[in-house]
Ligand binder design. Structure first.
Ligand SMILES: Cc1ncc(COP(=O)(O)O)c(C=O)c1O
Length: 419
């Protein structure tokens, strides 16, 4: 068989492969997108796991994938191993455009504004290190931003003399207070506003749309939105937010394979943005400079299975998912809020708040609470330390059942009442 024929055979196999995977997926996960209520989520719970006896309430770190995604990944991995260079780059990668189209629909941007990569860190660092800045230019960020992003900006300050203006506000500050803090940090030298859409410490959703409007009104200030926690957890639209750069991990709330992420760059900003890595192509066009083989060899099977995660997500829909995640937070909080000394550091009154919340108990060291929940009750939550407060972060996911949250609240009550 000639090389050409082998290639055609694989492309055909790949197309069939993709179609079969898609059909199976729909058949297995097809559930009417429902509203809220425990019973209507039973099949979603069953689509994940099995998890054994550990209760995972730390999904804000990274999410498990439903079986359909694991199956799509396993099939693609096996297929890639039959003839890696052809099956990955010619066959599996033929689906990348379709994946970007689906992601673009979810994220409210154009497919050609999306670069696929490994995680939010890579996407955000591409923007942080890729925007042209001179010594003395100012960047406004917040002490609630993710640690590696603040550290990336510190590197730029050390290397290029960029001046960082770090704003701070209370965990329960109002939108107006937050906007006021950013506004007062902006000067004539401000060139970038870096914002986190959903703060990873507390789950607080920042008013990024208003902050981007503020940046536009103040002049040519470029805006970066860290959507690692918000994408696929709460409704989000790149165009509506009005930022220049937005990056997200796909292995968090979308439940795509580990090590998948995306960077969205507004069309008008693409040409001026420097790539983070040396591209393979001499003159990559558009966002190709931070995508595909211009990032070196990447995991085509993992990227391929992003589509299965989007398809699964679409059987539920972002609105219904958000409503359910919010309902789960409300559920455990209602069962724990009368525990002596219980304090919530997340504004549940904000209708955007969803699965991620932070609490503390007066008189209890949150780090010890995290350890005791794990060692005595097999419940995994996450201790979080911020300059303004420390607490325990709780983050259920759509597969979490109310009985799980009863177990968590009882465990917490037991620790506190037996002290
Ligand atoms: C707000 C925020 N930004 C960025 C990241 C980094 O994400 P990744 O590990 O996918 O790069 C995280 C991870 O938890 C996060 O919560």
């Amino acid at each position: 068989m000639s090389d050409m024929n082998i290639e055609r055979r694989h492309i055909l196999k790949g197309l069939l492969f993709g179609a079969t995977a898609g059909t199976l997926l729909t058949a297995r996960t097809g559930r009417a997108a429902s509203g809220t209520g425990e019973n209507s989520w039973a099949d979603v719970g069953a689509a994940f796991g099995p998890f054994g006896s550990v209760l995972n309430l730390n999904n804000a770190a990274v999410s498990p994938q439903p079986k359909t995604v694991r199956d799509a990944l396993a099939r693609a991995y096996q297929f890639a191993n039959e003839l890696p260079d052809v099956n990955m780059w010619d066959v599996l990668d033929a689906g990348r455009d379709r994946t970007k189209e689906k992601l673009a629909r979810m994220a409210g941007c154009k497919p050609q504004e999306i670069a696929l990569n490994r995680n939010a860190t890579e996407g955000l660092c591409t923007a942080i290190f890729g925007i042209d800045l001179a010594a003395g230019d100012e960047v406004v960020l917040s002490d609630w931003d993710y640690e590696s992003m603040r550290n990336a900006w510190k590197l730029r300050a050390q290397r290029h003399g960029v001046v960082l203006k770090t704003v701070s506000f209370d965990a329960l500050a109002s939108d107006d207070e937050i906007i006021g803090r950013y506004r007062s940090a902006i000067t004539a030298r401000t060139k970038v506003l870096h914002m986190t859409h959903m703060v990873h410490y507390t789950g607080r959703v920042l008013p990024v749309e208003q902050l981007c409007a503020l940046a536009r009104a103040a002049g040519d200030i470029q805006t970066i939105v860290d959507a690692a926690q918000s994408f696929a957890q709460i409704p989000l639209s790149f165009e509506r937010i009005g930022c220049d750069y937005l990056a997200a991990s796909l292995h968090k709330w979308l439940c795509a394979p580990f090590g998948t992420g995306m960077l969205i760059v507004k069309q008008a900003r693409i040409d001026a943005l420097w790539p983070l890595l040396g591209p393979l192509d001499e003159q990559p066009q558009g966002l190709a400079k931070m995508d595909g083989w211009n990032l070196g060899t990447y995991s085509s099977p993992s990227e391929h299975a992003i589509e299965a995660a989007i398809d699964y997500h679409d059987t539920i829909g972002t609105q219904a998912k958000h409503a359910r995640l919010r309902e789960l937070s409300q559920y455990w909080i209602a069962r724990a809020s009368d525990i002596r000394g219980f304090k919530l550091h997340t504004p549940m009154a904000d209708p955007q708040t969803a699965a991620v919340t932070l609490f503390s108990i007066d008189g209890f060291d949150p780090e010890q609470l995290e350890k005791r929940l794990r060692s005595e009750h097999n419940v995994r939550v996450r201790f979080r330390k911020h300059a303004r407060l420390t607490g325990v972060r709780v983050s259920p996911h759509i597969y979490t059942r109310e009985a799980d949250l009863e177990r968590f609240a009882s465990a917490l009550r037991r620790i506190v009442t037996t002290a």
